[in-house]
Write a protein that binds this ligand. Structure first.
Ligand SMILES: [Zn+2]
Ligand SMILES: [Zn+2]
Length: 866
């Protein structure tokens, strides 16, 4: 031990974690393109640089880091990149909030500069939290989607998909957020339950119920069910729209619910998705009553310029004045809202860019990917098969990848740049060539920008080295880790784009993690005040305790409810592990550290066979991404098998000068080394600290191979198991008898077992002389006392109870063992109530009093005294 630094009694996580984080070098985690090792590329999620690496991110990254560290130890050349998905609404909204502006208050350039600056600051903040959590990120593969080297690839992918017929431009109704002033994809609409009012009013003699009377100006038809006889008189008629005067047809359609409202509905362009269906199906005209800022347009007459809610209130007021309002009632309604700002979405028609969704292509590739957990594939399948609209990829925002396109001012043809001319910003640059259709040099740059998912859905192409020519060399990646909340966006879009651009699936496996819920069981949110920041946990308990919480909190894919008690338990386990390791380290002499030292004693072989089982279990769990199962197996082994059972059993041998001390030391050395490797992916700092004490010259545990320890010894498993059980149950018995665990325990004879070659461990563990006998013990049994059950005797015998117990005590021993049916008390013959007493026996062997304990298939006799 002379050359090992001193081992402190207390594990100071702050000191240890800080020291290792300063010692480890980033280069150690770099993917090496020249390496002959098999590659393992992880397509990690690029988070939005909000500046706040939240607990959900942290859980996701814990999973990624467990895998990256494990795979490196398994001999893979691992790429664990870090991306930043900068563009799009989240950052713009944040800039608008931070500077109290809207995007229209400053120039395009100035707004972009503000976004870039905020993004840079936020990335720095999040990087530092990630480092503090001990992630083994490959910082040489960091990518930032707002930089030209990345978004050039986004633009290149746009051009290629356009040329392959995946991208088109069209006038079509899309989901629109009037607060964010942009189209959003169907996948970005979230639904909320809200209360709204259903207004009944007279529509040219027909009573109609609607929740959106302000859309009257956009009314293009009235619809009723084909079988609804109440409206027979309306067939072939046109109705006059109140206040606006235009005539609309009455149509019959199966989709009308005759039991809702009055059974007649107005079709407006557009109140909801159903309106879009009817509009297409019946070839109805388009009347745009709401503009992109959420205000009423010119066709709304006197309501022009009013916001939607103002217009609604005004028109209801006017209906009342005109005497056409027939009634109102409250209604529960599911409202589609913008996933970023929660504003109810409008469906507005406009010229937008779309990616064609081909469900069969997506599903075919998705089914070639291994989904963990498996049922997450069903979520994708459900989403893809019910998708009715193509993916709208144009956004009316600023801070995003420009759509690389112009339109000819003369003939309106689309003009695209060549790939070698990328990146381009068509709002600032002119096309290099004239219009391919008419030869005009007069082109208008596209002002719309791309959906941010267009950037992030090529992350896998970027990290595998895509240069625009088919599938890159490292493609497909081995793993995509992500949350289940973005299956219909990030997972779905990535598969779609990979198939379109390479004809292949993007990854071999996709690992889907759950969400972290607050202590109250609800999703963490500012309004609930149940947010826990990783930094708070790090300060109190350190990175390894956090990581252990993440690993053990729930099965992979399930949501985890945050609970401080779980973090405290993780921290306690760390303390226990430290005490175990410290004890073991102090026992390790030169013999223990020497590979030549044989391990022969039963208990030592038993420990190694249990260790071998643990390695197999943990390895299998890691291969299946079941981190909770892996950690449970490690914990069970370290705490129960090693500390409570093995060390308690062999402590005496380790402390004694004689006996097979070296074998126990050797078993401990092997066990500690193996445990360090098993723990390394989960507790990188802690395992590094122990490993350096154990083998100061061996270098980092993170550069060492995964635990390969295998030891098969069925006899040791069986007999060692018996030995351990005897020791622990007899120690418990000793404790129950009020004896100190190190007090002399006399002589202990184990009957019914072959002599176990235990190297004297049982005797030392009990402080007793131990004898093994194969035969059954010849016991003399004596009734020592009688235990009465007053709950039975009292109600049955009442006043005679006392006399009854006295009479029982007088009975001869044979009668006590087989109770008579009646007893004579005074002059009465009293029935003996069943279960009224139990005789308590004492035992003698060869005339000496002994305690007898049955443990498994052995009977143990203890003759007390020294
Ligand atoms: Zn919005
Ligand atoms: Zn032209």
């Amino acid at each position: 031990m002379a050359d090992s630094p001193e081992i402190p009694t207390h594990y100071d996580f702050g000191e240890v974690e800080g020291r290792w984080q300063r010692t480890w070098r980033d280069e150690e985690n770099y993917f090496d393109p020249a390496s002959p090792k098999p590659g393992y590329v992880i397509d990690t999620p690029p988070p939005y640089p909000t500046g706040n690496f939240h607990i959900g991110n942290a859980l996701n990254w814990c999973y990624i880091d467990f895998i990256a560290r494990y795979k490196r130890m398994r001999g893979y050349n691992v790429m664990f990149p870090q991306g930043w998905d900068c563009h799009g609404l989240p950052t713009e909204v944040k800039v608008e909030e931070t500077y109290h502006i809207t995007k229209n208050d400053v120039s395009r350039d100035e707004f972009r500069r503000m976004c870039r600056e905020l993004t840079g600051k936020n990335i720095a903040l999040m990087r530092s939290t990630m480092r503090r959590l001990g992630f083994s990120t490959d910082w040489s593969h960091e990518y930032i989607t707002m930089l030209p080297e990345y978004y050039t690839k986004t633009q290149r992918s746009f051009l290629q998909m356009f040329h392959r017929g995946y991208i088109y431009q069209s006038e079509h109704p899309v989901n629109f957020c009037t607060r964010c002033e942009t189209a959003i994809a169907y996948a970005e609409v979230t639904y909320e339950d809200r209360k709204t009012t259903l207004h009944h009013f007279d529509f040219d003699g027909v009573e109609i119920a609607t929740t959106r009377p302000e859309l009257l100006a956009a009314c293009v038809a009235v619809a009723v069910h084909p079988g609804d006889e109440r409206f027979r008189s309306l067939d072939g008629r046109k109705l006059r729209v109140p206040f606006f005067g235009h005539q609309v047809p009455v149509i019959r359609d199966e989709a009308v619910d005759p039991t809702f409202g009055t059974g007649a509905v107005m079709i407006c362009t557009f109140g909801d998705k159903q309106d879009v269906h009817w509009w297409k199906q019946h070839g109805l005209p388009l009347r745009k009553a709401i503009d992109r800022q959420g205000r009423m347009t010119g066709i709304a007459g006197g309501y022009e310029g009013k916001r939607v809610e103002e217009a609604r209130a005004a028109i209801v007021g006017d209906m009342e004045k005109a005497g056409i309002l027939k009634g109102q009632r409250q209604l529960e309604q599911r409202v589609g809202t913008c996933w970023r700002c929660k504003t109810p979405i409008e469906i507005l028609s406009g010229r937008q860019w779309f990616v064609r969704v081909k469900p069969d292509e997506i599903l075919k590739a998705a089914r070639e990917i291994s989904w963990i957990p498996e049922h997450m594939l069903i979520r994708l399948e459900n989403w893809v098969t019910q998708m009715e609209w193509d993916w709208c990829i144009s956004r009316q925002r600023i801070f995003a990848t420009p759509i690389p396109a112009w339109s000819c001012r003369k003939c309106h043809a689309i003009i695209l740049p060549d790939e070698e001319d990328l990146p381009v910003d068509p709002t600032e640059q002119q096309p290099k060539r004239p219009c391919p259709s008419c030869g005009s040099h007069d082109a208008v740059g596209e002002e719309d920008v791309l959906d941010t998912w267009m950037d992030s859905s090529i992350s896998v192409l970027h990290v595998t080295g895509w240069d625009g020519t088919g599938a890159p060399p490292l493609f497909p990646a081995q793993l995509r880790p992500q949350g289940h909340d973005i299956i219909r966006t990030w997972a779905c879009y990535t598969i779609l784009r990979s198939v379109a651009l390479t004809g292949q699936k993007p990854w071999d496996d996709i690992l889907v993690n759950g969400m972290v819920l607050g202590e109250d069981g609800f999703k963490m949110s500012k309004s609930r005040g149940n947010i826990i920041a990783p930094e708070e946990i790090l300060a109190k308990y350190g990175a390894d305790a956090f990581r252990q919480w993440g690993a053990g909190g729930a099965a992979t894919g399930s949501d985890i409810m945050f609970n401080w008690n779980d973090v405290v338990a993780a921290s306690r386990f760390q303390t226990k592990l430290w005490n175990i390791a410290r004890f073991a380290l102090l026992q390790l002499d030169d013999a223990a550290r020497s590979e030549a030292t044989p391990v022969t004693a039963l208990a030592d072989r038993w420990l190694l066979s249990r260790l071998s089982d643990t390695v197999a279990e943990v390895t299998q769990a890691m291969e299946e991404y079941q981190f909770d199962r892996a950690l449970r197996a490690i914990r069970e082994f370290a705490w129960n098998v090693l500390a409570d059972e093995y060390i308690e059993l062999v402590k005496g041998r380790l402390y004694a000068k004689g006996g097979d001390r070296a074998g126990a030391g050797r078993a401990l050395a092997i066990t500690l080394d193996t445990l360090c490797r098993l723990l390394a992916p989960f507790l990188p700092h802690f395992s590094e600290e122990i490993c350096r004490h154990l083998a100061p010259d061996a270098g980092s545990v993170h550069r060492q191979p995964w635990a390969e320890f295998s030891f098969s010894d069925p006899e040791a498993t069986r007999d060692g198991g018996r030995l351990v059980r005897l020791a622990s149950e007899l120690r418990r018995y000793k404790h129950e008898q009020g004896l100190a665990l190190n007090a002399p325990f006399g002589s202990v004879t184990v009957y019914g077992l072959q002599a176990v070659e235990d190297a004297g461990d049982l005797g030392r563990a009990l402080n007793a002389t131990v004898e093994w006998r194969t035969e059954a013990p010849r016991l003399e049994r004596v009734v020592k006392e009688v235990r009465f059950h007053r709950a039975v005797i009292g109600p049955a015998l009442r006043k005679q109870a006392g006399a009854f117990m006295e009479a029982v005590k007088q009975l001869p021993p044979e009668a006590l063992e087989a109770p008579p049916s009646t007893l004579r008390i005074g002059d009465d013959e009293v029935p003996v109530p069943p279960g009224s007493y139990t005789p308590v026996f004492s035992y003698r062997i060869e005339g000496a009093a002994v305690d007898v304990v049955t443990i498994g298939d052995a009977v143990v006799a203890i003759r007390r005294g020294s």
